[in-house]
Design a protein around this ligand. Sequence first.
Ligand SMILES: [Zn+2]
Length: 325
Amino acid sequence: MVVTDRRSAFKFGLVGAAALAAPQIMVRTVHAQAPVPEIGNPRFNRFNLGSFEVTAINDGARVMDDPHTIFGEDQEQAAVAELLEENFLPSDRLVNSFTPTLVNTGSELILFDTGLGAGAREGGLGQLRSRIEASGYSPDDVSIVVLTHFHGDHIGGLMEDGAPAFANARYVAGQAEYDFWTAEERMSGPTEGNAQAVQATVVPLAENMTFIGDGDEVVPGVSGMLAAGHTPGHMVFHLESEGRRLMLTADTANHYVASLQRPDWHVRFDMDKEAGAQSRRRVFDMIASERIPFIGYHMPFPAAGFIEKVDDGFRFVPVSYQLML
Ligand SMILES: [Zn+2]
């Protein structure tokens, strides 16, 4: 994408008097659902966690309109706008990004969630496969795919050209999530579209899938916790190696300001709003009090941070060099 805004033009040393006098170079059009331009960023972030190696991979990001209709849908529009502006964010648009995580335990290469997949690639998303390659692995190296829940931005990358995208992998998913989405009654009404996606991408892999519940281990050092609400079987994962810990919170919080500073606000994407809020409080209370770093699937890339308890909610503290040491 051509860099046309003035700040980036400064960075690239392109600004002269002529450019400053030509306001049309600053004109850009951004529509809802548009891909976010990427400028010279490899879009993966790697660090060690004890003897584990963790790679957060950006599947893409998109601009969405009207944050108040998603985060704080039970609040006045002005209250949502005020919170965003207080936090130096625009009130009319947001950027939603998608971050699957690859964990090399030394004996397994575990991928947590699969991004939006091929269907989103034309829009600049669904970049997981190419970025796994860019990070030095092949999709064929993945030995276990863990699904935190079955929304399209997490299961969309399971299949590629009608075949399993991670050809040598087995799968791990929550029993409650699988049972919910594969129940006959989901195939009509508001769940129909997602249930069809589950039939197309998850169900064909089920015979190679291990189903887990709250507290179950995926492999030594990796265990799941039920954090229902966003979906009925939504799970988060706890990683521990040589005393270093990390949580993968998936979609427990989907906006780094609104969902954390106002954890009780209703979120359109949470299927059960109250249960979603309860899970947010429980998971982030634990992360805050135990000072555990976490990767949140929809946090701003590289999607890793800490949580500080403030007032009646939480504050996202992005990582700097903590995970490099
Ligand atoms: Zn999601």
